[in-house]
Write a protein of this length. Sequence first.
Length: 418
Amino acid sequence: MGHFHVVGAGLAGLACAVALSRAGRPVTLYEAAPQAGGRCRSYFDDHLGRTIDNGNHLLMSGNTVALAFVDTIGSRDTLTGPDRAEFPFVDLRTNQRWVVRPGASPLPWWLLVPSRRVPQTRLADYRSGLGLLFAGCAATVNEVFDPAGALYQRFWEPLAVAALNCDPTEGAAALLRPVLLRTFGRGAAYCQPLVAARGLSETFADPAVRFIEAHGGTVCFGATLRATEWRDDTPIALRFDSESVPIASGDRVVLAAPPTAVQRLLPGLTVPEGSNAIVNAHMRFDGPVDWPWRAPLAGLIGGTAQWIFHRDDIVSVTVSAADALAEQPSEDIAAILWQDVARALGRSDVTPPAIRVVKEKRATFHQTPAQVARRPGPRTRWPGVFLAGDWTDTGLPATIEGAILSGERAAREAMTSR
């Protein structure tokens, strides 16, 4: 049995190494950073005096791949959310508030009840969702939905921006389709919102590392892969800063790094080009937060932030497709986003609380139809070399679900290849 070398301990690499070690395969996971998780991690912030996530991430009960993963690594109990499917929204311009509560049936009978629909929408407006089922590979979100309607502004747009991290005029409608089909399209049992109760690392990264090591795998931090040595298109060594790791005949290599890094290691590989930023702001309040909703998050309409999250005395907001905002000074961003939070929570504080702004300038690949067409599969033309990452061709957006799916699929391909 050959050895499996997985490069990159983000969610894709962790999922790959977990699947391999669970199958009894010898695996070594290499990570350049001092901790696992990649863009899905937690850390202690000295300014706030709290552990925060580098970004806000939402799961839904229809994310079956991600939930099976946390079941495997034993951290399902670290997810929290309301006991029913509900998504609060507030229009920051008018202070109008509503809650979207999908019905139990996959058939949307709940839309027949006006009080359960998005305000200022008619039943006929929801037929636009059928267009998503037939959207072609080249279609953008705005080519499927009417951007002038209230339903678009109050539901489709915030959902699309969150899922694709891309302006709807550019985002690939075909990537939004599986999000709807796997969650809202299956009824309330599949669209309950779930968040990490204490932090992303405690839910995803740390228990995955423990699982790998408990099953005989090795995790190496501070290991930056500088180059791959080749013989006739076959890798024979991985060259890190401090050592060169030989690749024996029968070994497998899974590259679970960002696309630009993988392309540097595999010249000629086609990968998506470009990226989009996400900006998050975490705010620590002095004392308990008067949170007005049952769910730990709410959608924000008409402001800069699109979603607001709550954990203990920390309130966080997320701005997706935030390339322009990310170029502004953090102090200016903090002031802008505090205004959104103050309006959402009905606060009149003159002095904002302690705020930490986190910019992920390359949070996801640019999820346009043209770039989606450049996503490679898990197999490569190089014998024994496989790919994992939310940027590979999973059929899903670059999300937690997509990252974990890519890692598990790369593990299956690597184990069954000859």
